[in-house]
Design a binder for this molecule. Structure first.
Ligand code: NAP
Length: 308
């Protein structure tokens, strides 16, 4: 007999795991499908300082291990696989996972977002050989050498601080002359002797040889001059791109590719909900992903009750 899940959750970050915790606790037959490893973007965060309940902070992977353990208490079923299609068949949704079709009465999409690319010459060529999108993952390879981090938000600020533990110098290349990052992070950046902001500058290209990255070409936006910055690593932290491409023809997305929902996480397809960073919303934090996951789960439960 074909299994029909009550709820199929796509994505295993904080939003997906929270939704899974709620639906499995509510005794709904739930399957969570994750493409890589459970935990999402938080797995690449060294210290989470602003998630309530953990004074002094907690390492991202440790926090997500607790989320998983909590879900297991309620018997959440999980599997690894990539979802490539979602078809609405009214009271049932067909979800293609690694080429196989699974059935569910409701779907919660929590696929999150991935780091955006600069799109400059040399960037893709040197990925893994000096270009990285995750300082926490790769920073320790850059001991006593100069590196650059591109961006001015919270991620760039946190990653610059992390990189300053290893690198001889951290250039913070930002396209404006003030950071977008929160004040507490800005204060730490400006107090750190190893971090040097390079204002009003765009990376135009990545230069390297067979050893990897050797320098970046920059363009100053104020005086339109070009310069070369000696750095053997370029960490890109210019924001994120939602992972909803596979849904472009199925759900309403905004021009940046975020899934459009109402305030209760309903998408344009009945029985399909979206929660966390993949959804268009004002604040992307673990706390808001968790809130979204809980709302999506409760609204899903109400939706399923409507059938009974
Ligand atoms: P973000 O806040 O969107 O910041 C992106 C930064 O990159 C901005 O400074 C932006 O410049 C710059 N940028 C964007 N496109 C660029 C381009 N093509 N070339 C050069 N620079 C470019 O992204 P984020 O820092 O990844 O943060 C994402 C979300 O996660 C935010 O809501 C953030 O608060 C949250 N977050 C929170 C924490 C925390 O609370 N501890 C940690 C990490 C992330 P402009 O400033 O000129 O736009």
């Amino acid at each position: 007999m074909v299994t029909v899940y009550d709820v199929l959750i796509i994505g295993g970050g904080p939003a997906g795991l929270t939704a899974g915790l709620y639906t499995s606790r509510a005794k709904l037959k739930t399957l969570l499908v994750e493409r890589m490893i459970l935990g999402g973007q938080v797995m690449t965060t060294t210290k989470v300082e602003n998630y309530p309940g953990f004074p002094g902070g907690i390492d991202g992977p440790d926090l997500m291990a607790r989320f998983q353990e909590h879900c297991q208490e309620f018997g959440l079923e999980t599997m690894t696989g990539e979802v490539t299609a979602l078809v609405d068949q009214g009271e049932e949704k067909l979800v293609t996972v690694d080429g196989k079709q699974l059935r569910a009465r409701a779907v919660i999409i929590t696929t999150g977002a991935e780091p955006s690319k600069l799109g400059v010459p040399g960037e893709s060529q040197f990925v893994g050989r000096g270009v990285s999108y995750c300082a926490t993952c790769d920073g320790a390879f850059f001991r006593n050498v100069p590196v650059a981090i591109v961006g001015g938000g919270d991620t760039a600020a946190e990653e610059a601080l992390f990189l300053s533990r290893f690198a001889s110098k951290v250039y913070l290349v930002h396209r404006r002359d003030e950071l977008r990052a929160t004040k507490v992070l800005q204060d730490r950046i400006f107090a750190n002797d190893k971090i040097e902001p390079i204002w009003n500058s765009l990376v135009e290209g990545v230069i390297g040889d067979n050893t990897g990255v050797t320098a970046l070409t920059l363009r100053n936006r104020k005086d339109d001059t070009q310069s070369t910055l000696d750095a053997v690593g370029m960490f890109v932290a210019i924001g994120v791109t939602p992972k909803a491409h596979f849904l472009a023809d199925i759900l309403d997305l905004n021009p940046e590719g975020y899934i459009l929902t109402d305030s209760e996480c309903r998408t344009s397809m009945p029985g399909v909900f979206a929660a966390g960073d993949v959804r268009k919303k004002i604040l992307k934090q673990i706390a808001t992903a968790v809130g979204d996951g809980a709302i999506a789960a409760i609204v899903t439960e109400k939706y399923l009750d409507g059938f009974e």
